[in-house]
Design a protein around this ligand. Structure first.
Ligand SMILES: *Cc1c(COP(=O)(O)O)cnc(C)c1O
Length: 387
């Protein structure tokens, strides 16, 4: 008889798996399903990245453990990329550390910074690992609602002082998944003031730093004065370079926090396979046209969905960044019920907003991970159904 540990109860993906079951059931019936549910990039990495991976994989001397910090050339490549792109100066030795995908770091950071009973402030709606990580560490969660009337930014003044005093971590994510919202310099400045006053660490998830549209350029949290004293940034090659399966990410920023996570990781893992680090170095140091091309494709896809649906009176905001469309449910149904109806009637699979938290109710998320012709087809079917 297997008895699950109490902490496992914090790991529920009930709605995600329920939605995916429905999608698979439709596929099994032979339906032509257009999968806009899971947020896994469908594009290929650039040729020079694949070439670097293959060449390194042919070197049989490179199959040993690499150790979790990351090879020096990788750390330097990250530091230079941050300097060039965001004007953030980083010491590759002390202020950069590799991660087996940023997900891995987000999962483990609470183990380094919280004791049982401490509070982690997380966004609602939010990416599921933001709650799973702290819960595994025995920390308590405080959900910061992200509401449209506040531009999907948390209302810092609304957080009770008693909560702020017990908070050890605040997790933020801009450009945001699932909301596709962005943050301003002023907002980050205010966050830093709060972090200094109440002594918590800001963990900014910057996974969508490069999926940006119409010339929009997001700020790195670390580019704001004082940020390095109170914060770290997680980033990843998954979305920027279409390398999600490679599991290469990194943490940058506060040296003390990085030392702690590095020490934890040196006990947990032995690093990323060398050829994958070589591929990442090629991505970060090579020509950046592939990043512009990827963004441009997402921008075209965004316009197909936003314009197509706005045409039939389904009013949807046009996001400045990310690979998602956060669409208000156009009926008075719950997001789960509407997403199910949408799937049954049109074959378009989405994620009900409530899967990302209570404040996601009233919305569904489309991931722009299908080519243009499939998105045009999705719009055509939705028009026929509700138009
Ligand atoms: C995709 C995504 C990531 C990237 O995760 P990796 O583990 O680096 O692949 C991180 N945060 C958010 C919000 C994401 O959507």
């Amino acid at each position: 008889m297997v008895e699950q540990a109490l902490r496992m109860k914090g790991l529920t993906s009930a709605i995600f798996s329920q939605v995916d079951e429905m999608r698979k059931a439709e596929l099994a019936k032979g339906k032509d399903v257009i999968t806009l549910s899971i947020g896994s990039p469908d594009m290929a990495p650039a040729q020079h990245i694949v070439k670097a991976l293959v060449e390194a994989a042919n070197d049989i001397g490179k199959y040993g453990y690499t150790l979790s910090k990351g090879v020096p050339d990788f750390l330097t490549a990250v530091a230079n990329w941050y300097g060039q792109k965001f004007g953030v100066k980083l010491d590759p030795e002390k202020e950069v550390h590799s991660l087996i995908g940023s997900q891995e770091g987000l999962a483990h950071i609470s183990l380094c910074l919280t004791n049982p009973g401490d509070i982690v402030l997380i966004p609602d709606p939010g990416y599921p690992i933001y709650s799973a990580g702290p819960l595994m560490a025995g920390a308590e969660l405080y959900y910061m609602p992200l509401k449209r009337e506040n531009d999907f930014l948390p209302d810092l003044e609304a957080i009770p002082e008693s909560v702020l005093k017990k908070a050890k971590i605040m997790i933020l994510n801009y450009p945001n998944n699932p909301l596709a919202a962005v943050a301003s310099k002023d907002f980050f400045t205010k966050v830093i003031e709060y972090a200094q006053k109440y002594s918590f660490i800001v963990c900014h998830d910057f996974a969508y730093s490069d999926l940006v549209f119409d010339g929009y350029r997001p700020e790195s949290f670390l580019s704001i004065p004082g940020a390095k004293d109170v914060g770290i940034e997680f980033n990843s090659l998954s979305k920027t370079y279409n390398m999600a399966g490679c599991r290469v990410g990194y943490i940058v920023g506060n040296a003390k926090v990085i030392e702690l996570l590095g020490r934890l990781k040196s006990n947990f893992d032995y690093g990323i396979f060398y050829p994958l680090q070589k591929a990442a170095i090629a991505a970060l140091t090579g020509p950046q046209q592939c990043v512009i091309d990827t963004s441009m494709k997402y921008q075209i896809r965004r316009d197909i969905i936003v314009e197509g649906l706005n045409d039939i009176g389904w009013n949807i905001d046009r996001p400045k960044a990310s690979m998602y469309i956060w669409a208000p449910v156009p009926t008075d149904q719950s997001s789960v019920k509407f997403a199910a109806d949408l799937l049954y009637n049109t074959g378009v699979a989405s994620i009900p907003g409530v899967a990302f938290g209570t404040f996601g109710e009233g919305y569904i998320r489309f991931a722009l991970v299908q080519p243009e012709n499939r998105l045009n087809e999705a719009v055509r079917r939705i028009k026929q159904w509700i138009g």
